[in-house]
Design a protein around this ligand. Sequence first.
Ligand code: AMX
Length: 438
Amino acid sequence: MDSLKEKFAKKAVAENESVKQFIAQHGETIIGEYSVAQVYQGMRGMTGLVTETSKLDPEEGIRFRGYSIPELRAQLPKAPGGSEPLPEGIFYLMLMGELPTTEDVNSITNNWARRSIVPRHVFDTLDSLPMNTHPMTEFSIGVMAMQTESLFAAAYRKGINKKEYWDYVYEDSMNLIARLPRVAAYIYRRKYKNNEHIEPDPKLDWAANMAHMMGYDVYDVQRLMRLYLTIHCDHEGGNVSAHTTHLVGSALSDPYLSFAAGMNGLAGPLHGLANQEVIAWIMELRKELGGGLPTKEQIADYIKKTLAEGRVVPGYGHAVLRKTDPRFSAQQDFYKRYIKHDDLCEIVQMIYEVAPPILQGTGKIKNPWPNVDAHSGALLVHYGIVEYDFYTVLFGVSRALGVLASLIWDRALGLPIERPGSNTTEGLMKKLATVKQK
Ligand code: AMX
C-alpha cells in the first residue's frame, strides 16, 4: 500500500465513525427550508450534498479545507526555485484535510509518474476521431477508452465487500489523474501540432509535464500551468462537473465513467467552456474594431450589444459567488507580477472596469463580477497557447483533482446512490393548494 493510501485509510476510519455519530445525534435536525422557486431554478441555495474537499462562500469565494487561494499560494510546497504551488499539494490537502510537506508532495509526483503510462488503444481511439471533433469531446472519449483499466469495475465483477470500494476507487482515481496530462497533450498535439507527440519526462512534476508534453518547455509556462492546475481543481460539490461526477459515481459507476460524465458537463458554455468563449468573444470584439486596443466606450457598447442579442457575457456571473472570484484575482496577480504588459490581458482588465456596472444595471444578473474564466485564456494566449477550443481540457485536467478526491471520500464514507425526489407542476400545484387549505 502506498504511503498516501495508508494515511488516508486511517483518516477514513476515524471520519466514518465521526459522521456516523453525527448522523445518529443530529440526523433528524431540520437544516433548511426551500421554496417553489428554488425547485424550478436549479436548486440554488439548497444544501443537498456533502463535499469535504472545498466550500464556497458567496462573498469570499472558495476555501479548500479552510484555506483561501492566497493562503495556498503562499503555503503549499513549490517546485525547487518555483513561486507557484504544485497541484500535487492541493490534491493532498483535499484528500487528507491537512497541508502537505514537501516530502508528501514529492511522493505524489513520483506516485503519479509511476502510474502515468496510457494504454496504446486510447491513442488509437483518439486517432480514429475526425479532426473537427471538439477537444472536450475527445477528452471525454479518451477517458472512456481508458475505462478498460478500471480496477474498481474488475473487482466489482468478481465481487467485493462494500468496505473495500474506496480502495479500488482510490487506485482508479490515482491512475486516472496520473494519465490525464498525457491524454490531454495528445489531443493538443494531434489537433494543432502536426500530430507530433512528446513523451512525458519522468523527472518533471505533474503540471510541468503537462506543459512539456504540449510542447512548452519554458519556466514561465510551467509556472502558469502549476497555478492554473491548482486553482481550477474544485469549487465545492454543487457545480455541474463535481455534482455529475458524484452523482454518476453514486451508482457505483467506476471513476472513469463518473469523471467522463463530469467532463461532459464541464464542456457546457455556462460552465467550463466559458474559458474558450471569453477569448472567442474578445477576438470577435477586436475583429469588429479592426484590431488594436479598444476604448472603454467601445467595450461598453460591445457588452450592451451582446446583452441586446440575448447572449451572455462570458466570464461574468456566478450561481453562488457574489463578488470577484478569487481565482480571477489570483490570475490577475499573476499577470501583474510576472507578465506586466500584454494587450489581451489589458483588455481583460478594461472589461473588469466596464462590465460590472452594465451587468448590474440590467437588474436581473445577480453577480456582475468576473469568474475564473474571465482571465485564464488571456494568460495562455500570452504564452503562445492560442488554440482556445482546447482550454476547457486544461480546466478538466485540473478538475480531476477535486472531483476524484471527493469520489474517494464518497466511497470511504459509504454514501448511498443519489436519488432526490421530483414532482410534476400539477403535483406541486395540488400540494400547495392543500397546504393553503390547512
Ligand atoms: N451575461 C448575461 N446574462 C447573464 C449573465 C451574464 N454573464 N449572468 C447571468 N445572466 C442572466 C441569466 O442568464 C439569467 O437570465 P434570465 O433570467 O433571462 O434567464 C439572469 O441573468 C439571472 O441569472 P443569475 O441568477 O444571475 O445567474 P445563474 O445562476 O442563473 O447563472 C451563470 C450563472 C454562471 C450560468 C451565468 O452567470 C452565466 O451564464 N455567465 C456567463 C457564462 C460563464 O461565465 N460561465 C462560467 C461560470 C464559472 C464556471 O462554471 N466555470
